[in-house]
Design a protein around this ligand. Structure first.
Ligand SMILES: *Cc1c(COP(=O)(O)O)cnc(C)c1O
Length: 370
């Protein structure tokens, strides 16, 4: 039996092959590989999709976070609060810039940053909060933004896993993930909900002055060629990747809806399985299911579960097996009961935009058989 893929980029490409191929061919015809028209057009189109926030494309999601922190003028020793349960990139750039990562626990149901824990972690040295919209749904932004405003802190949203998710504020206003804080950062890594065929990333902001500074820092600290006002970096999205993203962006909502439909299928099937906890939907955010992540009940042997699925040709992944505070590079003391429990119990099932009913049924059957 053929193995199920965790992410099926081949099937997705087959459906939009001519759009992608034409986009790449256009770049080849123009030979404008760097900062070509495709990059500018993609930035404009994504800005429109995001409801008007300015978009500055860059080389990857990690760079996006780094450039955001540089643009805000954060200084060595400044404290930046982020979630302990996340991909390493978030904490990595904080440490790289000699800022101090302050890790806080997450909500046991949404897996997103615990706002009460953020409040407790604020000190006079705190300068910014980095909520990660983990697995595809928004952190609880309304109370987080209120807290940030009260303490005059910047908010940098890591929306690498949640592009397209909508957050609804208590007053009914709806905003796209990545457009609510001071700056939003995303990644176009191939497996992300909007992925290119290499590396890519982008930075969002509604602040025009900040947008100019970000543009400058991403481009060697220059706004006029060969005049360098700041220490910057070289971080560009290349035109071929931009052409691929332009072809995919019009399909993003459909891709996200298809992921949500697959997630609903899984949840319907696993809801009543006593040893599984299905993902809880946040009250005020849509979920674009970058990952579909189950929690195994206490006493369930995760390695045995994984081996059982693997033998059936069904992959699964552990996002994430080790809390950041237990990683050698970021070791710190602290008590993070939710993060610690999640790292031991989570398991993510295959999730992508082309999961057919037959495959879903096979995965469900495999899980239930354990
Ligand atoms: C993927 C990811 C990143 C980093 O993106 P790259 O493009 O791989 O650098 C950052 N944060 C989160 C939460 C991610 O999932």
């Amino acid at each position: 039996m053929q193995a199920v893929p965790m992410v099926d980029l081949k099937a997705q490409y087959a459906l939009i092959k001519s759009e992608i191929d034409n986009g790449i061919q256009e770049v080849m015809d123009s030979m404008a590989f760097i900062n070509g028209p495709a990059v500018k057009a993609f930035q404009t189109e994504l800005s429109h999709y995001l409801g008007g926030a300015e978009v500055i494309a860059c080389a990857n999601g990690t760079d996006a976070l780094q450039i955001a922190m540089m643009a805000l003028g954060l200084q060595p020793g400044d404290e930046v609060i982020t979630a302990n349960f996340t991909y390493v990139a978030t904490a990595e750039v904080i440490a790289l810039l000699q800022l101090k990562p302050v890790l806080v626990d997450v909500d046991p149901h949404t897996f997103n940053i615990d706002v009460a824990a953020v409040e407790k972690a604020i000190t006079p040295r705190t300068k910014a909060i980095v909520p990660v919209h983990l697995f595809g749904q928004c952190a609880d932004m309304a109370p987080l933004l209120a807290l940030a405003e009260k303490h005059q802190l910047y908010v940098i949203e890591d929306t690498a896993q949640a592009i397209g998710a909508d957050y609804t504020f208590p007053d009914g206003r709806v905003a796209k993930a990545g457009t609510m804080g001071t700056i939003g950062c995303t990644s176009f890594f191939p497996s992300k909900n909007l992925g290119c065929y290499g590396d890519g990333g982008a930075i969002f902001t509604r602040d025009a002055v900040l947008a100019n500074k970000i543009r400058m820092i991403a481009n060697h600290g220059q706004s006029v060629q060969y005049y360098h006002d700041e220490v910057g970096v070289n971080s560009r999205l290349d035109s071929i990747q931009a052409a691929i993203l332009r072809a995919k962006l019009p399909h993003l909502d459909r891709y996200n809806a298809s992921r949500a439909a697959a997630a609903a299928y899984y949840t319907e099937a696993f809801n009543k399985v006593s040893w599984l906890t299905t993902p809880r939907l946040a009250a005020n955010s849509t979920h674009v299911f970058h990952q579909y992540t189950l929690q195994l009940g206490e006493g369930v042997d995760r390695e045995a579960f994984r081996a059982h699925l693997t033998a059936l040709g069904i992959p699964c992944m552990i996002y994430y097996p080790v809390p950041l505070h237990e990683q050698k590079a970021y070791a710190q003391h602290g008590h993070y009961p939710v993060t610690e429990a999640l790292c031991k119990s989570v398991v993510s099932l295959p999730m992508h935009s082309e999961l057919g009913e037959e495959t879903l049924a096979r995965i469900v059957e495999g899980v239930r058989a354990f």
